[in-house]
Design a protein around this ligand. Structure first.
Ligand code: GDP
Ligand code: IMO
Ligand code: MG
Length: 441
């Protein structure tokens, strides 16, 4: 039995979907624990390209149970669209997908408030995905949220919606000077969703407990990334949930003593979508090269991602706050052909050297990255599945990532396809690939 949490170690889009899909082959249960349809997890198989927003990235295999934990915020319209898309591609859905009664619903007014609040912020805007994520978590914490389980109780749903709309409509009229929402329209719409989704609602902690008793493998699929976490990220330029490993316990109802490992997914360089500090961001040809070769456009919004060198300071922070037990490094192939590579290992601000991520935005936004240079490689690493075929310079780069982050690499991704991966040790099954010593080959 091994229960493994997979989290992003940067600002999201590290390739979690690809890694979770790959590991899901050996898992029994795959569970999302936070976030909502702000996530866009890409999985590419011989059946085509899939972009998952809410559905766990294990759904493509038969016989795997996919769950949405209580920590997730569910947009029912988005979920139904996603389910329809999967059915069209021949994926069988039924009792292989269950969402928690306790997960909160995203309501149309959450999306409106998200968009309006962003507009009002002007230059200080976060660059949210506009999916209503922040306002839905606000309602959850304010204890006025409407939960997935409420869809099964029309009277309760009606009462909560009526009460919420009084407040929401007054807020929208007075603060944003727009008309409010009509109760009847939302109520009818959500009761249609209830009919469609009622078969997918269940008691997720209980289901997970049974899986644990049967000694099954559980994969916890994180969304976003450590530096978008509400507590440990670059606040306020973050998302509104706990994207770190701790969120997996809160967001599913599984206790920390049942977790056996935490895999951090990191790109071989860094990207970010939306606003906020990014010390190693590149505005030159190299940054453009990452964007073009790495196809760095958001899977959810299509926005171009900001690109920069790998930041080991951010990575060390991720290792610490998640208790990472190993790393999966993705997109190594995107670095092919660069004569020289850089890794940031510290920041300098007002004459002071920072080896850890400063908690204040002012320092992080204005610091200068301190780099070490490493030689690049000219050979094509795309699709490599064996460590021994990597060029020496790539091995050196990977070893340096391990040294600077203080965390061992278990997986190296060399392409977007399911098979384009070097698995040194499977973090779920703990099986190792036979290989020559890493430093000698
Ligand atoms: P996620 O949100 O963490 O699941 O990541 P996204 O799916 O948003 O973004 C990762 C992108 O990189 C997707 O388009 C993947 O298909 C792609 N990708 C993942 N791993 C690799 C890799 O090793 N090499 C290349 N070239 N692309 C990759
Ligand atoms: P995955 O799971 C990258 C970013 C948004 C914005 C900030 C807040 O695919 O890695 P929100 O809509 O959550 O309130 O936006 O967080 N963001 C992501 N960036 N990948 C994601 O998810 C993201 N989800 C949210 O761009 O800066
Ligand atoms: Mg993504």
């Amino acid at each position: 039995m091994a229960n493994l949490i997979v989290v992003g170690s940067q600002w999201g889009d590290e390739g979690k979907g690809k890694i979770v899909d790959l590991l899901a082959k050996d898992a029994n249960v795959i569970v999302r624990f936070q976030g909502g349809s702000n996530a866009g997890h890409t999985v590419i198989t011989n059946k085509g390209t899939f972009i998952f927003h809410l559905v766990p990235s294990g759904i493509l295999y038969r016989g795997k149970l996919c769950l949405l934990g209580n920590g997730v915020v569910v947009d029912p319209a988005g979920l139904i669209e996603e389910l329809d898309g999967l059915v069209l591609k021949g994926i069988k859905l039924g009792r292989n997908l269950i969402m928690s009664h306790r997960a909160h619903l995203i309501m149309p007014y959450h999306k409106a408030i998200d968009r309006m609040a962003e507009q009002a912020k002007g230059a200080r805007r976060i660059g949210t995905t506009g999916r209503g994520i922040g306002p839905a978590y606000v309602d959850k914490m304010a204890r006025i949220g409407i939960r997935v389980g409420d869809l099964l109780n029309p009277d309760l749903f009606k009462k909560k919606l009526q009460e919420n709309l009084v407040e929401v409509n007054s807020f929208l009229r007075h603060v944003y000077h727009i008309d409010g929402f009509h109760f009847d329209k939302i109520y009818e719409e959500y009761m249609t969703y209830a009919k469609r989704l009622k078969g997918y609602i269940g008691d997720v902690p209980l289901i997970l407990q049974k899986a644990i008793e049967r000694e099954q493998h559980i994969l916890f699929e994180g969304a976003q990334g450590t530096h978008l976490d509400i507590d440990y990220g670059t606040y306020p330029y973050v998302t509104s949930s706990s994207a770190c490993a701790g969120g997996a316990c809160i967001g599913t109802g599984v206790g920390p003593t049942k977790i056996h490992g935490v895999l951090g997914v990191t790109k071989a360089y860094t990207t970010r979508v939306g606003g906020g500090p990014f010390p190693t961001e590149l505005h030159d040809e190299i940054g453009k090269g990452f964007k073009t070769r790495g196809q760095e456009f958001g899977a959810t919004t299509g926005r171009p991602r900001r690109c920069g060198w790998l930041d080991a300071v951010l990575l060390r922070h991720a290792v610490r706050v998640n208790g990472l037990t190993s790393l999966a490094v993705t997109k190594l192939d995107v670095l092919d052909g660069f004569r020289e590579l850089k890794i940031c290992h510290g920041y300098r601000y007002k004459g002071k050297l920072y080896k850890e991520v400063p908690s204040d935005l002012e320092t992080l936004s204005n610091c200068t990255p301190v780099y070490e240079k490493l030689p690049g490689w000219s050979v094509d690493t795309t699709g490599l599945t064996s460590y021994k075929f990597l060029p020496t310079q790539a091995k050196r780069y990977l070893t340096r990532i391990e040294e600077l982050s203080g965390c061992a690499i278990d997986m190296i991704s060399t392409g977007s396809g399911r098979g384009d991966t070097i698995i040194l040790r499977n973090p779920l099954t703990k099986q190792r690939q036979k290989r020559k010593s890493r430093s000698s080959c």
